[in-house]
Structure formats: structure tokens, C-alpha cells
Design a binder for this molecule. Sequence first.
Ligand code: AMP
Length: 500
Amino acid sequence: MRRIKEYCGIFGIYNADNAARHIYLGLHALQHRGQESAGIVTSTFDEHRRRWVMPAHRGPGLVLDVFQDATLFETKLLGRAGIGHNRYSTSGASDNPANIQPFVVHYRDGNLALAHNGNLSNARELRRSFSQRGTLFQTTSDSELILHLIAQSPRRRQIDQILDALTQVEGAFSLVILTDDSLIAVRDPNGFRPLALGRLGEPEQEGGPAYCVASETCAFDLVGAEYVRDIEPGEVLVINQQGCETGRFERYHLAQNHGVSPCIFEYVYFSRPDSRVFGEMVDKVRRKIGKQLAHDAPVPKVPDDEKQPIVISVPDSSNTAALGYVTECQKLGYRCRFEIGLIRNHYVGRTFISPGQNRRETKVRSKFNTVAGVLKDRIVVMVDDSIVRGTTAKFLVRMVREAGAKEVHFRVTSPPVISPCYYGMDFPSHEELFANQFDGNIEAMRQWLGVDSLAYLSVEGLMKAVRAANEREQNYCNACFTARYPVPVEMGVTKEENEW
Ligand code: AMP
């Protein structure tokens, strides 16, 4: 069995009428963070059995597919609290239904459900030690380890068991944990993945408002919640009835051993522009990134009697950065204008989902189409947020040329990806990364892509732009661009060795 990479969206809510419906909407807004499976678990008191239960509904596919049956919300997923999860993974493990989160277990202190976004960097080590002790695993996911650590903790209070578990895991973990009487939101001490707190209703209302936590604030917009603040790096926030009524919550802090380093790739590619992530709007940060690239690698200068170059984005993830790029190029005196030259089919899913290269290429072709009237006989500057394997860029360039472009220039709003992510972003192995196949030689990469010019944003340029747009956060994890990992990882572990 293969280990899966958790690359996901999570949502949790407490003290809400019909919690499951809110979670459903929240997951729907977070669909871009994972399209392979979805699940909801709620907590409700079973009058018949006189005990708390945690009904679950999970399945492969999109949120819309998994929750097609609306009666689920009236008959099964009952209760005023719950959590949900969207998963995105690339490997064979995605076929294993046991890996679909949230996970639910029953142990000596009641029910426990968990949804995880991130990757534990010491998972192999932990799993080995559990296996030696005879622990039976139900999944191939590192998230299950957290449940075992909680259940096996010698501590008496449940929150201490949870804290005990959290001090033993390393790496990236934004979590929502559901217990019989609370919703616990956790962000790892480095704050790799985002997690925000929202409120639904008025603080004065009887019983207090509902509180929710989500990977991205775009989920709050759909459920009608207002953003309160981010869960801080290392924070463990316990949301229970008393907290909802008083607005004061129990909080704990995990030890900070490796500094704070939110993932810069959330800003480059992953998060939605309408979300506030790490305390700043993604739209603002992404525009700034595009503007920085305009300074480093503007559009080509053309004579006045030549038609001005057109800038096109690779939709949707690079739209915002491309807008920043084009406006700044214009401000710097370069003739150019923004055009929509590529149309995206939204029903294909992300290119990365297809295992094996051939299917990936087919997917790129079925995902984008060109607008010939826009591209024909023009100097085209294509802006994409990243090149990972190079598949997307290669095929899009060919399509743009086939549509009649006179010249094709490629601009990337991030540096070359040179190192895999061990903290939850889904990248292939070191050897499969485009930049590594050419030893970072831009000229060789340019030739292979078949473009007239190729330019990436530099690491310094990216850091400068992001820091300027979000003054609150100054340190980020940029290991995918620098190979400098803020939390030690088992370097050189190949994909195969990572299988379990
Ligand atoms: P590739 O075709 O492998 O070079 O992938 C690059 C394209 O996929 C770009 O258009 C990105 O917007 C997008 N992308 C970047 N990172 C990821 C990722 N981790 N998962 C899925 N798509 C990605």
C-alpha cells in the first residue's frame, strides 16, 4: 500500500443548528483543496442508546457527488457540531476507502474524530515504533497516528492526551478534532498550513453564536460566518458550549522548536484569491507577486509599429498574478494588454490527479482550449504560477503556437521548484521535477518548452513581494524552491521507500 499525501481542506463547526449542512457548504467552498474524496462526521446524543455517537458519511469524489442524498442531513448527520474533510492525493492509496477522512474512533474516553491537512515529517518513525508494539493500522494515512497517540496516552484528561499526542508529531498539521463535547482546532508550531476561526451569529444570542474553523476563509463566506482571526501557529483552541456562551476559550500552545514558517506555496498557487490566508488576502499577495515579476522579467519591448504583446494567464490559479504583472508592465512603460487566450474547462479536475504521464497530458489537453482570434499573429506572453513537472507548460505552449501565435514568451510567478514538499504540498520526487531534469539550466528549459523566452521569479523577488504584501508574517517555508527545510525531514526518502 502507498502512503498518501494529505493535501486537503478541513472545516469544523460547533454550536450550530444543522451543523452538517454548514460543513457541506464549507467543504464545497474548499473543493479546490481536494477533489478525490469528501467526508463529514457529526456529534449527536443518541437518546435511544443514551450515549454520544458520531455518525459519518464519506466517499470518493467531489462534495456534490458524495452528498447527493439530501436526506442524509435530516436522518443521519445530526447534531450541533461536526467536522469535514476534502482530500486530494495522487497515489494508489486514494482507492482505499479506509483512507477517507474524517477518521472516527471510539476509545476509553468516548468518541474521537479527526480531519488533517498537512504531512507529518516523522510519520515513518512513529509508525515503525507503533508496529513494533503490535498496533494494528486501519489506514495508510499518517493522520491515523495522531489517533493512536491520543488513545495510548497515559494522561487522564482528554485534552492532556491530545496535547501529549501533539507534542510527539512533527511537520505540518492543521487539524480539527471532534470530541463528545468539543471541537478542537490545532495548527502546528510552524503554522505550515492555514487555519482560520470564524463566528456565525451574534455574541449576545442565547446559547452563544456558532464558531467554525476552516482551512480558508472563503468557506466562511459561503456559510455566512465572519472571520475572527487565524488559529496561531502552535495554538490548540478548545471550542465548547461554555466558550460559545462566554466568548472565552481554553487555549494551549505547543512548543516552538523550529520557528514559524507558513507555506509560501499557499500564496503562489494553492489558496483561493478570495481567502484571507496567514492574515492577508491572497488576492493582494498574488498581485504583488505578479508586479514583482514585471520588474524582474517584463514583457518584450516591441517597436511602435508592431502590435503590442498580449499577456495571457493560465487560468485559474495564475489569473490574479497575471493581472498584477500586466498592470505593472504597463506602469513601467511596456506596451502590452491583458487578454483571455486560454479557456479552462472546469469539469476536468486538476492535472495532477492522473497517475502516469500519458493521462496527465491528455488531461492538460482536455482542460484548456485556445481562443484563436486572440492569439493569432500576436506576441503572446503566458503567465503561470508554477512549473512543476513541465507537462502543463509544454502542452499549452504547443497549443498557443497551433493557434497562430507569432512568438510565445513564458513567465512564471514563482522560482523553479527544485525540491519535494514534506509538509503536505503534492509535488513529485526530486528527479521528476522539471527544473531538476535540466539542472536548473534556463536556456535548456526554454528550448525544451519551445518558447522564445522563459523567465522565473527569483526566490528573493518572491520573498520580497510576499513580505511587502503581508507585513505580519516575515518567515515562510520556501523549501520547494530552496531545499531548505525548516523542520528536519528524512531527506532522500524516495516515493517507494515512503510506501507502507
Ligand atoms: P506541471 O504541469 O507539472 O508543470 O504543473 C504545473 C501546473 O499545475 C501549473 O499550471 C500550476 O498552476 C499547477 N500546479 C502547481 N502546483 C501544483 C500542485 N501541487 N498540484 C496540482 N497542480 C499544481
